[in-house]
Design a protein around this ligand. Structure first.
Ligand code: GAP
Length: 477
């Protein structure tokens, strides 16, 4: 567009030049999410249920866009990955084979005075001992370290119980009789649905190694200390991919997937300085892993894992072969028969949505601008008739109805144009288009860019291409 078309904001649209800062604390985001309909506390009218959250009208758009972005990158644009949607309830033996019945435990202590529950391994004396020993202390070692320790909730000392292991899988019963023979688990990771379908997928698609299977789905963990909004919850969604390789090529595949996954986070507009890798030390490795690295994001609560990349070796397929009695071996072109190794990429969908929300946030005491990458903005464009009058609102609505065939759009007629800009900045709408009296004659509208606040007057007929080009060439703020 030519400079001649650049418009200056009117007095009511102008904003002060106070700088916008990053998100400083989670509570600010929790309030914004509730106020604007991104995320609500679950069962709020009953006082809420701890660690469960509901996505509202705007939040579901962000979440669906995250899933779409991951699915597209991991299946449609990948030459060697197939999709799957396995059930949440699985045969109980799956969880014996996977090691979850035996190993998926966290050490728990209760405070006898205030009844608060704590992860023993997260308590200061245990963390200090862990640093000294170089590995996670055993239960008796934790007990010793916690002798006389103070409860972080009530501050009393000597009130903590002996640490005990707590299995984090949710149990329920299959069918009408609630006895031990009918116990089933809500899956604590989606990965096992992929392992038990390895043969089905490989045979039906006639895939040769290496290839992957991707899945998005719910997982459940009875976390002892959930919290920090949607960061750690008891019900969450995972986006996982298991990549099956010939043993000996696993280290190379691990390095490749680390890079591919890092690039995906960047392609979602997450600022590069907010992402880093965290390799797991010996004492951090899960029971199945030979090598693991986390992709961490710098949340307001500090650097935390968003995604794990694991070399799971042949652990899972070997164990399922053993426990099911069905071979999950693979035979290659040279007739070598072996159990494939697995490189896993596992990102929490809800936790990544939280990273997207934290990263987009810019605010001061006057206004908030959610600077989403356009892929994740709940609305891509909003159309405002300058006034409610039908002679303007009628044609403006027609224009909006055309535009929404291509972009998720909002039509907003209430309040001053300045107020409407503020409302849409706060939910991250990349473009606002104002239809005024001149538009009736010159068939042009004013389009305003969320991040630069620059305004241009362009023909209505060009708005669709203008937005499409802008999204294609998007430079994240
Ligand atoms: N299959 C491997 C696996 O489940 P994980 O590191 O336990 O590995 C993978 O979980 C990802 O799932 C984490 O990086 C995190 O994003 C997400 N996640 C795990 N527990 C979670 C919880 N309680 N709440 C929200 N997200 C969680």
């Amino acid at each position: 567009m030519s400079d001649a078309n650049n418009q200056k904001p009117s007095a009511e649209e102008a904003v002060s030049d106070k700088p916008l800062h990053d998100l400083k604390d989670m509570q600010t985001l929790v309030s914004l999410c509730k106020r604007r309909g991104f995320i609500f506390q679950s069962s709020e009218i009953y006082g809420g249920v701890n660690s469960c959250w509901d996505y509202g009208p705007l939040g579901i758009e962000v979440k669906l866009a995250v899933k779409e972005s991951w699915w597209k990158a991991m299946t449609r644009l990948a030459d060697d990955v197939e999709g799957l949607d396995a059930s949440i309830l699985m045969h109980p033996r799956v969880w014996e084979a996977s090691g979850h019945v035996e190993n998926f435990n966290d050490p728990l202590v209760d405070c006898k005075s205030c009844k608060a529950r704590h992860r023993a391994d997260h308590m200061k004396p245990v963390r200090e001992l862990e640093a000294k020993l170089g590995h996670l202390p055993s239960l008796p070692e934790m007990e010793k370290a916690l002798e006389g320790a103070t409860c972080p909730a009530c501050g009393k000392s000597g009130t903590l119980t002996t640490p005990r292991l707590f299995n984090m899988m949710f149990k329920t019963h299959m069918g009408p009789v609630a006895d031990d023979a009918n116990t089933v688990y809500l899956r604590p990771e989606t990965a096992q649905g992929i392992f038990v379908n390895f043969r089905n997928v490989q045979e039906t698609t006639r895939r040769k190694l290496p290839f992957g299977i991707a899945q998005i789905g719910k997982a459940f963990r009875n976390e002892i200390t959930p919290g920090n909004f949607t960061f750690r919850t008891r019900e969450f969604e995972q986006m996982e991919m298991q990549y099956f390789v010939t043993p000996g090529t696993d280290t190379e595949a691990f390095a490749r997937w680390k890079e591919v996954r890092h690039q995906w986070h960047l392609s979602c507009g997450i600022r590069p300085n907010k992402l880093r890798f965290h390799p797991h030390g010996e004492n951090e490795l899960a029971h199945y892993a030979k090598q693991a690295e986390d992709i961490q994001y710098e949340f307001p609560i500090g650097w935390q894992e968003v995604e794990g990349i694991h070399n799971r070796t042949d652990f899972d397929l070997k164990r399922h072969t053993e426990f099911s009695g069905k071979s999950l071996a693979y035979t290659d072109e040279k007739n070598n028969k072996f159990i494939p190794y697995v490189i896993e990429t596992s990102v929490g969908c809800d936790r990544f949505v939280l990273a997207v929300l934290c990263d987009a946030y810019r605010g001061n005491d006057e206004r908030v601008v959610m600077q989403f990458h356009p892929d994740f903005a709940p609305y891509k464009v909003a159309v405002f008739p300058l006034m409610k009058k039908e002679e303007l609102a009628g044609p403006a609505r027609k224009f909006y109805e055309e535009l929404r065939k291509d972009f998720r759009a909002d039509f907003d007629v209430t309040g001053s144009i300045g107020k409407r800009y503020r409302r849409h900045e706060e939910i991250g709408t990349p473009f606002c288009v104002t239809f005024d009296f001149d538009s009736l004659n010159d068939q042009c509208v004013t389009i305003r860019h969320r991040d630069t606040m620059a305004q241009e007057r362009i023909p209505m007929a060009k708005v669709r291409d203008y937005i499409t080009d802008a999204f294609r060439n998007w430079k994240q703020a």
